[in-house]
Ligand binder design. Structure first.
Ligand SMILES: [Mn+2]
Length: 378
């Protein structure tokens, strides 16, 4: 295994056991998925709730490309997603669905492509509701009903993915789900026009933290270059994503930094935002995005933890916990303990109750985890 250059807060060091170079562990599944995209004509594309640009960019890219090829594809949002992402081409076509809503009986997809989902539970309710409709369809309500429940295709780069679905293609070494979507569109000979490329470039740009993170592989940069050639405009996308904030949003970011506290010799940093903070600043919950990243420039940092109060289903107060790290701990495993998942260096979980109900306990646990770490690992 090739060594990886890491940063320990003072100097660059070599870490062992890093996985950066492996990709395409499963070409046959990718080819099978490409065949499924080619053979069928009615699709739903869906990602995790509260989509980020990788999730939304991936489902939009797939939907737009399938439609250009003369098929029907409905991109779907489970609940709302940050409205800041409305710059992505095709976002006006996204259908919003939540648990209380029943799926239209007269439009049943043959294939559901699930992107960037991390854990099956994050799409289970939707799939269960949809599947219940198919026996009725078989009784002749529809002109050409699918023969069986929809085929479920799972495309993801989360190490926590449970490989569910009829076709599961999981590449934890891919920088983003968007990078994988590029592969599968190419394999299926589906078009990548400027709008598709813009969605996919936004996916790569944001999931690599503007090409800052350790997943910025040569392959990621090559795919990004290809997307620019296909019509993505890097400066416009970067402006739309990173330089489109309101005064209130910047004040919110100020509040995150003002509230930042550290533990374990400044190796753990944490902060929080409540729904009341958002309403005081006149911000909708959708405006609070990527706030955990504000904590990561701290030189000594091993783990950043951010607690965002959100309104969950049935107006229940919930806390979205976001974790970022430097690779010293596997944060996907840490998030799993709180019912979530993700990547080794970026993970999250949604907990019932307010940040105040969880913050102290979780911060204490994380501080212990950071304190256990020894320099022997390097
Ligand atoms: Mn992703």
């Amino acid at each position: 295994m090739q060594g990886l250059v890491g940063f320990d807060g003072r100097r660059l060091v070599l870490c062992e056991g890093a996985i950066l170079t492996g990709y395409r562990t499963d070409p046959s599944t990718m080819e099978s998925i490409a065949a499924v995209l080619g053979q069928h004509s009615r699709f739903v594309t869906v990602a995790h709730p509260r989509m980020d640009a990788d999730a939304l960019g991936s489902i939009l890219a797939l939907a737009l490309s399938l439609e250009s090829a003369g098929k029907t594809a409905q991109p779907l949002s489970q609940g709302s997603y940050p409205e800041q992402l409305d710059y992505l081409p095709g976002s006006e076509r996204v259908m919003r669905w939540d648990e209380s809503q029943s799926w239209p009986h007269d439009w049943l997809p043959e294939v559901v492509v699930v992107c960037d989902i991390g854990g099956q539970s994050r799409v289970q309710t939707f799939l269960d509701q949809l599947r219940r409709l198919y026996p009725e369809a078989k009784n002749g309500e529809e002109a050409s009903p699918p023969k069986q429940r929809p085929i479920v295709v799972n495309i993801d780069h989360h190490v926590s993915n449970e490989w569910f679905g009829d076709y599961a293609w999981v590449e934890s070494a891919a920088c983003s789900t968007g990078e994988m979507v590029v592969d599968v569109l190419r394999a299926a000979s589906l078009p990548i026009d400027a709008d598709v490329a813009t969605n996919l470039y936004a996916a790569l740009l944001t999931d690599t933290g503007s090409f800052h993170y350790s997943n910025t592989t040569p392959r990621a940069l090559r795919v990004a270059a290809d997307l620019i050639e296909a019509g993505a405009n890097p400066s416009e996308i970067a402006r739309a994503h990173y330089r489109s904030k309101s005064t209130a949003q910047m004040q919110l970011e100020g509040l995150v930094l003002e509230r930042m506290r550290t533990k374990a010799h400044e190796r753990l940093a944490y902060s929080y935002i409540t729904l009341e903070d958002l309403s005081r600043l006149g911000l909708s919950p959708g405006k609070a995005q990527d706030l955990v990243n504000l904590l990561t420039p701290l030189a000594t940092l091993r783990i950043a933890a951010f607690f965002l109060e959100i309104e969950g289903p049935e107006e229940r107060v919930q806390t979205k916990l976001s974790l970022r790290g430097e690779g010293y701990q596997n944060l996907s495993d840490v998030a799993k303990r709180y019912g979530g998942g993700g990547h080794p260096r970026a993970s999250g979980a949604t907990l019932d109750g307010s940040p105040a109900q969880h913050l102290e306990r979780i911060v204490t646990e994380l501080a212990e985890l950071v304190a256990e770490e020894t320099e022997q690992r390097f």
